[in-house]
Design a protein around this ligand. Structure first.
Ligand SMILES: NC(=O)c1ccc[n+]([C@@H]2O[C@H](COP(=O)([O-])OP(=O)(O)OC[C@H]3O[C@@H](n4cnc5c(N)ncnc54)[C@H](O)[C@@H]3O)[C@@H](O)[C@H]2O)c1
Length: 286
């Protein structure tokens, strides 16, 4: 896709950070924009500010972890703008505890938003795009942690998003669909992600028990560390320009920080080392 004028973009997590940067760039490209987010005030602020630039914009207050909300998002988009050309499954949250220390509520919350959010977007919007039968894009925001090791539950969801997107892309090609798929792999971007807990639903909060008395202090320490890295990150508007460059060039992996190459090579080398070991020794195992 080269010309985006009057095309329709749907962006989840559009009220802040990467999503807000994408929305700004969609406006620059002359697109109609559907902003979706769980946080009401920043969502309305984004809608107002984009309208002031002349962009045709609507907002939908919703939760990507709920299938019915994503269905409502799709229905509103079609009712208002008649079609969807770019879907950004972007909403995401993060925690950074060790795997064994993460609570079941941590898993439910982060998987619910990051992975189920993308699953819901793909499930609801792909049939609509297939029916439209014209070039359109599904863009799923993963992370460098989709390619390299680490980051606990967050990393699990981002590797899952990469795998889902790879399968989706191959299967759509097999049926000669005009839908294209891409994965956004930002480096550090200066956003509010270290404050993800602001949107954590009350039923998935961690209960402070006698044994877990220090949990809140620990979460606060991790939040502080993450915040200092994120605040030195790239401007979201610049990352959005990289994304649109990637779409125009038909790239599947849209990479915000190519320096990830070193850590990716380290991970692949470890895997190759073990493959080579078994290549040599598997026939000796009786
Ligand atoms: N900031 C980075 O350095 C970085 C790096 C790699 C990947 N990412 C990814 O970028 C995406 C956007 O994150 P960000 O960094 O802009 O953070 P952010 O907190 O600034 O923005 C995330 C947005 O998602 C919304 N959101 C949260 N839960 C939601 C839900 N259940 N339903 C709908 N909306 C919800 C938030 O209200 C917020 O507006 C995420 O998928 C994140 O994992 C960010």
């Amino acid at each position: 896709m080269k010309d985006f004028t009057n095309k329709v973009a749907v962006i989840t997590g559009a009220a802040s950070g990467v999503g807000r940067g994408l929305a700004n760039q969609c406006a620059v490209e002359g697109m109609k924009i559907v902003l979706a987010d769980i946080e009401k005030d920043p969502l309305l602020k984004a809608e107002n500010e984009l309208r002031q630039t002349g962009a045709q914009t609507i907002s939908v207050l919703m939760d990507v972890s709920k299938l019915e909300d994503v269905e409502r998002l799709a229905n509103t988009t079609i009712k208002e703008f008649g079609e969807v050309d770019l879907l950004f499954n972007n909403a995401g949250v993060g925690t950074r505890e060790n795997i064994w220390e993460s609570t079941i509520n941590d898993w439910k919350w982060v998987l619910g938003v990051n992975l189920w959010g993308v699953i819901h977007g793909v499930k609801i919007f792909t049939p609509i795009m297939l029916k439209q039968n014209k070039e359109c894009f599904i863009l799923n925001t993963a992370s460098g942690f989709a390619l390299i090791n680490g980051s606990s539950i967050y990393g699990v969801t981002k590797r899952g998003i990469l795998s889902l997107s790879e399968s989706l892309s191959i299967q759509l090609k097999q049926i000669k669909s005009k839908i294209k798929v891409a994965v956004l792999i930002p480096g550090f971007v200066n956003t509010n992600i270290a404050n993800s807990a602001r949107n954590r639903p009350s039923e998935l909060q961690n209960k402070k028990t006698f044994l877990e008395g220090d949990l809140e202090d620990k979460e606060e320490g991790l939040r502080y560390n993450a915040q200092s890295l994120i605040s030195q990150g790239m401007n979201p508007d610049y990352f959005a320009k990289i994304v649109f460059h990637g779409i125009r060039k038909n790239k599947f992996h849209i990479i915000g920080d190519p320096a990830i190459k070193f850590l990716f090579n380290t991970r692949v080398s470890r895997i190759l080392r073990d493959i080579k070991y078994f290549e040599k020794h598997i026939s000796e195992i009786k």
